[in-house]
Design a binder for this molecule. Structure first.
Ligand code: GLV
Ligand code: MN
Ligand code: MN
Length: 419
């Protein structure tokens, strides 16, 4: 017998959820309030152990795949049916805060624990995923776990990934105890009936409008590029300006071209960032002979993103030709935007209305594992407000009340989808 979801009364243990968020935040490569947990670092490993324990405390059965995606399941009365999924990530970029991703993992555990306390019995299994490496810090590529689950990255490409120190994914995952072929990470067709990710908004709209819940209709399409520039080094006093081949100066022109192309693309959603810019040798009295940049370019439209990219590429060609610097411009990823599933969105909206919570349909400008789950399952996301829209910085903050509301909406939405 399943409990009719309309009659379901659940209570989120907000204090318990907050305590777990605070405890996980202390597992970090940097002192509090900074959270840094880079994939397969010692802190990431301890964070994973924390997540395993939290899943067991919530009464969920664990499974881990060959890339370290962790699945915590509450078996339904018809366990052979496609499951209702939720989840997010717990890896954190350098100098991050404690809510990005974590709210979607620990909040989903609490959502299921609250359903269990309320006596709910799911028909479809309910499953929470902690995705491996949503953040691109280690390999320059985000959403590694969900890309492999959805089959949108080839196993060859994934196995050839190397970090800045030249360590391969294969070596690092083996050292972290993730065994088995990467092929096995791909989900069988129809694995999920639906997928809903809870996340902080990472933008200011909900807070500014005083709305507690956002429901994601679209996720902007991310792309990123690796640019390697080789010039000629030499003594900063002795090499005169007319004969310079300064790799940094060429890189600086490219960085400004990224900004200009994003600003003038014709779409307000085009954003371009040079988040990595390294030079060699990095000495004040030496002309930089090498520069390395990583460009992040996103948009909710593919045409304006493509236009911006072509402007950046031609500015890079020009800057390098005029400075006698060689240019390598490589794509790391170029993903299409994703659309949320209308039926799942409407269910989440009805839940909000019944709980008396105002909701707003939104575009996610950040990417999430849901971008890839949307390729294999009807998907949406539940956003909650965060202070000043801050994210990817230690001041990131979302109130216990907003987090509890997000977990409550998630619990009811999953319950409805599971019957
Ligand atoms: C995810 O962290 C993103 O960069 O959008
Ligand atoms: Mn992030
Ligand atoms: Mn995130």
């Amino acid at each position: 017998m399943t409990t009719p979801p309309g009659d379901l009364k659940i209570t989120i243990d907000s204090a318990g959820l907050q305590r777990r968020i605070d405890e996980l935040a202390l597992i970090s490569e940097a002192p509090a309030p900074v959270v840094t947990r880079v994939l397969f670092s010692e802190a990431d490993q301890r964070g994973r152990q924390y997540v395993r324990n939290a899943a067991r405390e919530a009464g969920l059965a664990l499974r881990e795949d060959a890339v370290g995606n962790l699945f915590a399941r509450w078996a339904g009365s018809e366990p052979g049916l496609p499951a209702v999924g939720s989840g997010s990530h717990t890896d954190a970029i350098p100098n991050a805060g404690k809510f990005d991703g974590v709210v979607g993992v620990l909040g989903a555990f609490e959502a299921l624990a609250a359903l269990r306390r309320a006596g709910f019995k799911p028909r479809r299994s309910l499953e929470v995923v902690m995705f491996t490496s949503e953040e691109p810090t280690r390999f320059g590529l985000g959403c590694l776990g969900s890309r492999l689950m959805a089959g949108t990255i080839s196993v060859e490409k994934a196995s050839s990934l190397r970090d800045a120190e030249g360590r391969s994914l294969e070596e690092l995952r083996a050292a972290a105890g993730c065994n088995g072929p990467l092929e096995s990470v791909r989900l069988p067709e129809g694995y999920y009936h639906s997928f809903i990710e809870l996340h902080i908004e990472q933008g200011p709209i909900l807070e500014q409008r005083g709305i507690p819940i956002g429901i994601v209709e679209h996720i902007a399409g991310p792309s990123s590029y690796r640019v390697t520039l080789k010039g000629e080094g030499g003594h900063a006093g002795a090499v005169l300006m007319p004969v310079r081949h300064d790799a940094l100066a060429a890189g600086a022109e490219i960085a400004l071209a990224v900004e200009l192309a994003a600003k003038s693309s014709g779409s307000p959603d085009t954003v371009g960032t040079v988040g990595v810019f390294r030079i060699e040798p990095g000495a004040v009295n030496s002309v930089p002979f090498r520069a390395y940049l990583e460009i992040d370019l996103r948009d909710s439209r593919l045409d304006t993103r493509a236009k911006a990219l072509s402007e950046i590429r031609s500015a890079a060609n020009q800057a390098c030709a005029s400075r006698g610097v060689t240019l390598e411009f490589e794509e790391i990823n170029a993903d299409p935007p994703a659309a949320g599933d209308q039926k799942t969105i409407e269910i989440a909206e009805r839940v909000c209305a019944q709980l008396g919570l105002k909701s707003l349909r939104m575009v996610s400008r950040a990417y999430h594992d849901s971008l890839f789950m949307a390729r294999v399952s009807p998907t949406t996301m539940i956003f909650i407000p965060c202070r000043n829209g801050w994210s990817h910085r230690p001041e990131e903050y979302s109130s216990p009340g907003n987090i509890a509301s997000g977990a409550e909406v998630l619990a009811h939405t999953m319950a409805r989808l599971s019957t």
